[in-house]
Design a protein around this ligand. Sequence first.
Ligand SMILES: C[S@@+](CC[C@H](N)C(=O)[O-])C[C@H]1O[C@@H](n2cnc3c(N)ncnc32)[C@H](O)[C@@H]1O
Length: 252
Amino acid sequence: MSVPAAFDRGADSYDRLVGFNPGYHAQLRRSAGAIPFGARRVLDAGCGTGASTAAVLAAAPRARIVAVDASAGMLAEARRKHWPESVRFVHSRIEEADLAGEEPFDAVFAAYLVRNLPEPDAALAAFRELLRPGGVLVVHDYSLSGGLAARLTWHAVCWSVIIPLGRVVSGDAELYRYLWRSVTAFDGATAFAARLGRAGFGDVTARTMPGWQRGITHTFRARRPHERNWRSPCSCRPTGCGCPAGHRSPRS
Ligand SMILES: C[S@@+](CC[C@H](N)C(=O)[O-])C[C@H]1O[C@@H](n2cnc3c(N)ncnc32)[C@H](O)[C@@H]1O
């Protein structure tokens, strides 16, 4: 089953489940606080039921927000809520979203998304292209720091709280076993910061959340450089790489 299909199945219980995590919304707001307050155009990539969209709205109240998600079920939950006209929801995989005609974004926010993508590097490169020079990418996600304590806490919280609760609330624990696996398998915080650098971002910072999520949940902030002649370090063929970022070859 694809990741968006799994979210379709869990969509009606998603908000109830994250409601059991008292810090969920506050932490999204904390990460969204890395978006410049005066941002005019923000992309919320993988907006889900709109929890991250609400955090973006609070951080950048004057922004026009494009909120994209591949799960029709999650988006239906988001659309049920009350939103100002400045918020527009789009049903699409982020890799295929038709955003080329959009003006460049001042910020892209991606909460609990990048780890779920089959080709995270291509998606990061695409985010960079969607940003105006100087625009910021903010990634909020579970990403374990190198320490053993964070790894043990993650295993313990997943198997004693998140997975059993997911089974009780949604009747199916697969999505929550997937959450455990995907975090364990994906980059730790240092590796993800390095990945952002390789994707052509500058000024990369990683900040962890307080409390039990210290060393587990991070806010990554990165900036699209201003350099005019910057080229992607991806392995494009001379005729162009065909990746979602639409890179041109360094030699073209
Ligand atoms: C864990 S939820 C997070 C939702 C929201 N950002 C939040 O913070 O509550 C991850 C979301 O990413 C979406 N997603 C996964 N793969 C995607 C893709 N390729 N393109 C767009 N959305 C995707 C899922 O459908 C799901 O709604």
